[in-house]
Design a protein around this ligand. Structure first.
Ligand code: PGA
Length: 271
């Protein structure tokens, strides 16, 4: 199936996998891919990114040259300042030193459990794009907001505050370094996945907003991923939708078998 923006399969490990567990997981994934995935599949246009906890990032990076799949690694968050008195935070230059090229910003768990806002996501997003990172900005509505018919309003506000407003930020979109992950809060870790129709409809809302704000080219080049209880059983139907360019997967991405099944699903569809 022709996907104009290719496919991006991202794994959010959340607070799982120590450095030792990271090494073991990557070895098992690599062995499994070598054994079970035909070469013809592996070379299809799918980009793989995993987000380990920050203490496991350098272990993950140290294996990237030897993996059977070209997995890139990213941080689950990073501050907008480059250094300073920000206890518990990590910065772009620290990640750059490790060779890390991706950062997740504004995940709903950061918003709900750690007080992050769309405004702070916006500062991180702009600073990290300017530092040269690929940034995956997460947006999504709660169940009450969806049931109240407020999905589009909520997403518009999250995008408005979460993305650079200045015209000088626009070129950052044009090389595809900005990725939007649509993750309905009611679907994360609940086993409830949005139907492909619900997800596609919402992705169209996001793409239209990007078009209105940044123009056709930026909108057309920006991958929009779906996240929220994606499994090997649901990934293919989701990725078959025209505006779903990949998936951000939590639970199903941290077990070797289900991760490999997700990989196979994405590769099969990228044909
Ligand atoms: P889930 O998590 O796949 O376990 O629902 C997705 C996410 O939070 O990114």
């Amino acid at each position: 199936m022709k996907k104009p923006r290719g496919i991006l399969l991202a794994g959010n490990w959340k607070m799982n996998k120590s450095p030792r567990e990271t090494a073991a997981f990557l070895k098992d994934v690599s062995d499994g891919a070598r054994k079970n995935l035909p070469l013809e599949l592996i070379h299809r246009p799918v980009r793989f990114v995993c987000f380990p906890p920050s203490v496991s990032l350098s272990e993950a990076q140290s294996h990237s040259g030897e993996l059977a799949l070209p997995i890139e690694f990213g941080a689950q968050n990073a501050h907008f300042e480059k250094s300073g008195a920000f206890t518990g935070e990590i910065s772009g230059p620290m990640l750059q030193e490790m060779g890390v090229r991706w950062v997740l910003v504004g995940h709903s768990e950061r918003r709900a459990l750690f007080g992050e806002t769309s405004e702070s996501a916006g500062k991180r997003c702009l600073s990290l794009l300017q530092q040269g990172f690929n940034v995956m900005l997460c947006v999504g509505e709660t169940r009450a907001e969806r049931e109240g018919g407020k999905t589009a309003v909520v997403l518009h506000a999250q995008l408005q505050h979460g993305l650079p407003a200045s015209p000088s930020g626009i070129e950052e979109f044009l090389d595809g370094r900005l990725v939007i992950a649509y993750e309905p809060v009611w679907a994360i870790g609940t086993g409830l996945t949005a139907t492909p129709e619900q997800a596609e409809e919402t992705h169209q809302v996001i793409r239209k907003w990007l078009w209105d704000r940044f123009g056709m080219e930026a909108s057309a080049r920006t991958p929009i991923l779906y996240g929220g209880s994606v499994t090997p059983d649901t990934i293919q139907a989701l990725l078959s939708c025209a505006n779903i360019d990949g998936a951000l997967v939590g639970g199903a991405s941290i077990k070797v078998d289900s991760y490999l099944a997700l990989v196979r699903g994405a590769l099969t569809l990228a044909g």
